[in-house]
Design a protein around this ligand. Structure first.
Ligand code: ADP
Ligand code: MG
Length: 672
């Protein structure tokens, strides 16, 4: 039998307990074990501190020269303080949160330390302390629960005793290995688990980065290929009726809106299933694109379903569609979880018999009993707010329906893709004319006088203000604003304030009432959690104050900011934060373009938000980093296309392509 497929239990030292920890990481066989690489490498090289003049992270060595004292630092953290003689200097050493070290360390001991050296203060804040002595070494970190790094290396060592180099299968095609001078799999396994020097680290990183990117690019390509096979009945509708409607609009569509609409109309008419993502900044006018697509679908005799993330938005969307399409005798219904059962049952009955043309709703649409007679188009607004499972569930209500996704969180430009796997992308970059840039300011949470003054000004002008807080209730654990604290603060500091309160824990009719009261100016300030993040439209609101702005991503802040600036009045966004994180937030002061911000966010926070949800298994990049390795990514994308081409058309056997294709299709099938 193939040794690589043997159970890890056969390795000496792997008992039931360890086995369970391995199973958490999906490690079952020798092969899985050998392919589970460290998640992080740290290179330590002992340095003399004498020539260092600015704060620097270093590894250095010396003798403990004083007793160790532990002190309380903040409520629950102990720190340890002592002196060391390091290359002839007497240095103060501080270690946070590891008071137990006191028992291992003694005066006169020679230790190696790694930490932040602050020459002006003559101190080192230590992260790691080693009682062994070395000039240079590499630490591997598998980041495993319940299994130490040393244990892990032993298991790998033992497994390798029985495995020959030749038996190790390498999925990465040899021509690519040669082309980029990459390690082969057998060498990779040896070096990755037991790196000896910096050169090893460099080589490991090159292969792993490339492989991570290539796998990801291949899975996107695979999604795309599987999609292209899906055929549907073309939709027939009169272009004239559509252009009549477009001409009746009180404004002129922007060029990008026109291009996007034309692309969609063509796709509705074709026999290939449409799967299109329309990305466009907050306020760029995506709704009208959705509405025209829906209208065309109805003209072709099909039903449309539209899912939005919140009840507030569903209500708003429903009213908008009724206003716009009423004159064409289109039947539109609303479905949310808070609608009375008798009404809901009636709606579902009419939907089932094709007597409702457009059904608009929230997650409630996903329920089993929502069935259509001739569903032709699925629209998902603010699609980034839904998981891929939810989106697929709705799309699969009927086979081979067209799908249209709208989002204000664009696919990062760095990815450089014109499609995102099975999604084709349209971008609406130009904004409707006459919009003013929102003035954005980052302010310190300890200095709010300026803010109160600005709030008073807005209210004196009879304009309205949103205040966003991160928490509903006060919390011991999280040091951030909650609704009550904000309420007390602003009712005291802002003159003539009438404050409404909105959060996710309210019942939906309560939410609707409060939102309507705000719209109708019963309140001039609305304190809310991020439930107002998406789509809500109150044109008279000209200021948004976001408390603890550091807790949100740039794209999310940008979305929140999009609640204001919805008419020709000048609008303002105040980002209140402690000073620590304000540099990141200042990007928002300079930048009002959601495409740029999404990319910045992506570079800062990594791809998880985009990639994780599209297909699991490829969602973790341990080594590859888009902010540093853009060039490797570009190569990987074109290699992925090349591999598929060779595989499909020239009968090349690529196991890497086979594995990814089957992984992607099981995933897709499971969702169906
Ligand atoms: P979003 O893209 O954020 O969903 P909306 O579709 O809600 O934006 O549009 C925001 C506002 O802009 C709406 O009031 C809409 O009627 C208006 N609008 C859309 N397109 C245009 C246009 N071409 N010219 C002027 N106003 C427009
Ligand atoms: Mg919208």
């Amino acid at each position: 039998m193939d040794i690589l497929k043997q159970n890890i239990r056969l390795i000496k030292g792997v008992g039931e307990k360890i086995e369970n920890y391995f199973h958490h990481e999906k490690i079952y066989t020798y092969e899985d074990l050998l392919n589970f690489f460290p998640k992080k490498y740290t290179f330590y090289e002992v340095k003399d501190i004498n020539n260092i003049v600015v704060d620097t992270k270093i590894t250095t060595q010396g003798i403990i020269s004083s007793q160790l004292i532990s002190r309380k630092f903040r409520r629950s953290i102990d720190n340890l303080i002592f002196s060391m003689n390091i290359f002839g200097k007497n240095i103060k050493i501080i270690i946070f949160g590891q008071p137990f070290l006191k028992y291992n360390l003694k005066v006169g001991m020679k230790v190696t330390i790694h930490g932040l050296y602050k020459p002006k203060l003559n101190e080192i804040i230590v992260n790691n302390i080693f009682t062994e002595n070395f000039d240079a070494k590499i630490d591997v970190d598998y980041k495993l629960d319940g299994i130490s790094n040393l244990q892990m290396q032993r298991f790998v060592e033992r497994a390798l005793l029985n495995v020959s180099k030749e038996s190790i299968i390498d999925d990465l095609p040899v021509d690519l290995q040669i082309k980029y001078r990459l390690l082969n799999k057998a060498d990779l396994i040896l070096k990755a688990h037991f790196p000896k020097n910096l050169k090893d680290l460099h080589e490991i990183a090159r292969r792993l980065k490339y492989e991570e990117f290539l796998n990801y690019a291949l899975s996107l390509e695979s999604l795309k290929q599987q999609k292209e096979k899906v055929i549907k009945n073309p939709k027939n509708f009169s272009n004239l009726k559509i252009s009549d409607y477009m001409n009746s609009l009180p404004y002129k569509l922007t060029d990008d809106q026109n291009i996007t609409i034309n692309t969609i109309l063509d796709e509705l008419k074709s026999n290939k299933v449409m799967n299109r993502l329309v990305q466009g900044d907050v306020g760029s006018g995506k709704t009208i694109v959705a509405l025209i697509s829906a209208y065309a679908t109805i003209l072709a005799g099909n039903q449309v379903v539209m899912m939005v993330p919140t009840e507030i938005l569903a209500g708003q969307m429903y009213n908008y569609f009724i206003n716009e399409l009423n004159k064409y005798e289109v039947q539109i219904s609303l479905l949310t979880s808070s609608i009375k059962k008798s009404i809901k049952d009636d709606t579902l009955e009419r939907v089932r018999h094709g007597r409702v043309n457009i059904l608009i709703g929230t997650h409630a649409l996903l329920e089993e009993n929502v069935k259509f007679q001739k569903l032709g188009l699925v629209i998902i607004d603010e699609q980034h707010r839904f998981g891929v499972e939810e989106r697929t569930k709705l799309v699969n209500k009927c086979s081979n329906t067209d799908a249209l996704f709208l989002t204000a969180t664009p696919i990062p430009r760095t990815l450089g893709l014109t499609n995102f796997g099975d999604l084709d992308i349209s971008s609406i970059k130009s904004m409707p004319v006459g919009r003013k840039t929102i003035i954005t300011k980052v302010i310190n949470e300890f200095d709010l006088d300026d803010l109160y003054e600005k709030m008073n000004e807005r209210l004196e002008n009879n304009e309205q203000i949103y205040v966003i807080v991160p928490l509903v209730n006060e919390s011991d654990k999280i040091n951030a604003f909650d609704i009550n604290t904000a309420y007390e603060l602003f009712s005291k500091e802002v003159k003539n304030s009438q404050i409404g309160i909105l959060h996710g824990k309210l019942k939906s009719d309560e939410k609707d009432n409060i939102m309507n009261d705000f719209k109708n100016k019963k309140y001039n300030i609305l304190i809310s959690t991020t439930v107002v993040e998406v789509g809500v439209d109150v044109k008279n609101a000209t200021m948004i104050v976001i408390l603890n702005a550091e807790r949100f991503g740039l794209s999310q802040l940008h979305q929140l900011r999009g609640r204001v600036g919805r008419n020709s009045l000048q609008s303002y966004c105040y980002l209140v934060s402690n000073s620590l994180e304000s540099e990141r937030l200042r990007i928002l002061e300079r930048c009002s373009d959601g495409f740029t911000l999404s990319n910045e966010d992506f570079l800062l926070r990594g791809p998880g938000d985009y990639l994780g949800e599209r297909q699991s298994g490829f969602d973790r990049f341990d080594f590859a980093d888009f902010s540093k390795d853009e060039n490797i990514w570009k190569v990987a994308v074109s290699d992925a296309v090349y591999l598929f081409e060779e595989y499909n058309n020239n009968n090349k056997k690529y196991t890497i392509v086979e594995k990814i294709t089957s992984k992607i299709s099981t995933k897709t099938n499971k969702l169906n």
